[in-house]
Design a protein around this ligand. Structure first.
Ligand SMILES: [Zn+2]
Length: 648
């Protein structure tokens, strides 16, 4: 075999192994030929440009050299909701007429720009600011799925995302148990931007290619043709590539991806939607930052993999049992996570979760992390058993739908404590100074069994609890008394009806104006309210059909707690009579906080911009809603103006 033949043979085998995932020879056979080639290179002093021996990485660099891209690498505009995506797609169609969109995964890694000339790999750089990046040729050379030679012989810039597969991360961590890598994205980015190529080599990265910048003399007319070009030249391409012609079909692809995402061997943080046809792209053009013919739909959560060590069943205030996964601590969105919900038994079965197995978890904005799915199980992994009895009171559990319930709501201590604790929370009746532990002591020592019993407590009763001295007793009694003036929305939320959060409670209060009216509402009336579905509506009807609940409400009313809805507090507010939309992110407030402020000052919140909206509060990175508001000539204010308005 000549040296040329050896290099070609080894590169072909590597391509089959690393790109196609379909090896045709055993590792030993590859290694033997590789050794033979190395020896020949040593004895002759000749190393071909695309020899696989170049992949070992070489000496650590002192510094990264700058690299100017021939064509600018644009980043993509983002949409965060299906509403925004629909607006974007319809806007494109309104400009260019019916057109085909492509849907691809948005890999979560580091963007790499590779250059080729005369069919050979010339170098690689990071994206940097889009115009100039850092030269990472030595690092990217170690990535075995990046071809060293291609058939296309013009000068070309070809772009992809450098990633670390989750299985590679796991294999790496098995080898380095004392210094495990926590997150595949950071592991990939850190490996490419590491001055020592040996570190990059050890992480076993991949580059998935999806775009070209400059390509000398090449004519492809669409993304579909481009992907074929990349495949023909032995590049690893996107795992998902679909075409769709309107919003519903794009959405269907995204939903499928979201569902399968947990089973991928790599992290994605969204989906990229592009106009397929290049000539149509030219019609749409660019803003100063983004192409107008592509957009990234970002998933709202990050996911990581960790070990599920144990499952504990927690009884909630409604009697519902929630399986809580105890995890090997892992970093997610900047926080260390050691517990996550597994939702319910149905979910555990559907996701095939096991104890002593690796699972994916994710966290949305302020929701408790959730176990998404099984990543990998082992010979010592165990099935998760369905509990038979309530861990709090020992009652035999009942199944309702996918969930298990403790049926003994009157005697189950954890349920009672949970209900009273919930009643006292800030958004409910706001009774201060009662920790869960105190509530538990009240239930155990003072015969408190429902929120209404709180109003019978005397100073003498409280003095029997640990840590209750004069000052604290008087404060708690004052706080209990003050809670009698709770708003109707606060009380509805305080009751702890299944699926009723603060927002729904406010909607119900606004619609029904008194508990008496709410009690009489039927499923049809309730589910006619925006955001209330049949399940939620049925939960409300069931709640008020329960004799125990009605007795508890009578008891509260006897203590003077029977608020009616009042709008009077709002009419003088700065937003009174205005329909307000919040968009983008504010620095000082979360959306929910800002929403509460707007409502407390008389405003009515709306989630979409229509001609009936009076005001748009736009934070940073406000997207299509802001554009629409401007189109419709609606008043737009920024965060500073918002703050000055509310502090008047
Ligand atoms: Zn129980």
């Amino acid at each position: 075999m000549t040296m040329r033949e050896m290099v070609d043979q080894l590169n072909k085998w590597a391509y089959e192994y690393y790109v196609l995932d379909a090896p045709t020879v055993a590792d030993t056979q590859y290694d033997a030929l590789y050794d033979q080639l190395s020896a020949m290179e040593k004895s002759t002093g000749v190393v071909l440009e695309d020899s696989p021996t170049k992949r070992v990485g070489g000496e650590p660099l002192k510094v990264f050299l700058p690299h100017k891209h021939i064509k600018r690498l644009y980043s993509l505009d983002k949409v965060q909701s299906f509403n925004e995506l629909e607006e974007w797609i319809n806007k494109v169609i309104s400009v260019v007429g019916p057109t085909v969109f492509t849907v691809e995964l948005k890999y979560d890694g580091l963007t790499i720009n590779c250059t080729y000339s005369n069919g050979k790999f010339l170098g690689a750089s990071t994206r940097g600011n889009g115009i100039e990046g850092e030269d990472v040729t030595a690092q990217v050379l170690t990535v075995k799925s990046v071809p060293l030679s291609i058939d296309f012989d013009g000068f070309a810039e070809i772009q992809g995302e450098g990633i670390m597969r989750l299985s590679a991360l796991e294999a790496y961590n098995r080898k380095h148990p004392d210094e495990p890598l926590k997150n595949a994205r950071n592991a990939a980015a850190g490996a490419i931007r590491n001055l020592d190529p040996a570190v990059t080599a050890e992480r076993n990265l991949d580059v998935v290619f999806y775009s070209t910048g400059y390509t000398e003399g090449m004519t492809v007319g669409s993304q579909t043709e481009l992907v074929q070009f990349l495949k023909n030249n032995r590049f690893k391409t996107n795992f998902v590539f679909e075409e769709a012609s309107d919003f519903p079909s794009v959405k269907a692809v995204i939903e499928k991806i979201a569902e399968q995402r947990g089973s991928y061997d790599f992290l994605i943080d969204g989906v990229v939607i592009k106009v397929n046809d290049y000539a149509t792209r030219e019609l749409l053009g660019y803003t100063d930052k983004f192409p107008k013919w592509a957009v990234a739909y970002k998933f709202d959560a990050e996911q990581v993999m960790t070990r599920l060590e144990e499952v504990r069943w927690q009884v909630g205030r409604t009697g519902k049992l929630t399986p809580i996964g105890v995890l090997s601590p892992v970093d997610l969105c900047g926080a260390t996570i050691s517990r996550a919900t597994l939702n319910n038994m149905g979910d555990i079965r559907r996701k095939k979760l096991k104890v002593n197995a690796d699972v994916f978890i994710r966290r949305s904005n302020d929701v408790i992390p959730e176990v998404l799915g099984l990543a990998q199980d082992y010979s010592d992994s165990m099935e998760i058993e369905k509990p038979d009895r309530c861990p709090s009171c020992g009652s035999k559990l009942v199944e309702r739908g996918a969930n298990l319930y403790c049926p003994d709501s009157l005697h189950c201590l954890t349920q009672i404590v949970g209900r009273i604790d919930h009643y006292c929370t800030k958004s409910a009746c706001n009774i201060e100074g009662l920790s869960e532990k105190t509530v538990r002591a009240m239930v155990e020592k003072l015969n408190v069994s429902s929120p209404a019993d709180l109003y019978d407590l005397t100073a003498e009763d409280l003095s029997r609890l640990d840590g209750f001295k004069d000052k604290k007793i008087s404060n708690v009694l004052k706080s209990i008394e003050a809670s009698k003036s709770v708003s109707l929305a606060g009380l509805i939320y305080a009751l702890g009806i299944d699926n009723i959060g603060t927002v729904t409670a406010r909607d119900l209060a606004r619609t029904f104006r008194s508990l008496e009216n709410l009690k009489k509402a039927d499923v049809a009336t309730l589910s006619a309210i925006d955001q209330i579905g049949d399940v939620v509506a049925q939960g409300i009807v069931d709640y008020f059909a329960d004799k125990e609940n009605l007795m508890a409400l009578d008891k509260l009313a006897a203590h003077g707690i029977n608020p009616v809805y009042s709008e009077n507090v709002n009419t003088g507010g700065v937003f009174s009579g205005k329909k307000v939309v919040l968009t983008g992110s504010l620095k000082k407030y979360t959306r929910s906080e800002a929403g509460k402020i707007i409502e407390s000052l008389g405003g009515q919140l709306s989630s979409s911009v229509t001609s009936t909206v009076n005001l748009v509060v736009a934070g940073e990175a406000a997207g299509s809603k802001l554009d629409k508001a401007r189109q419709l000539g609606i008043e737009v204010i920024d965060e500073d103006t918002f703050i000055s308005l509310i502090s008047k």
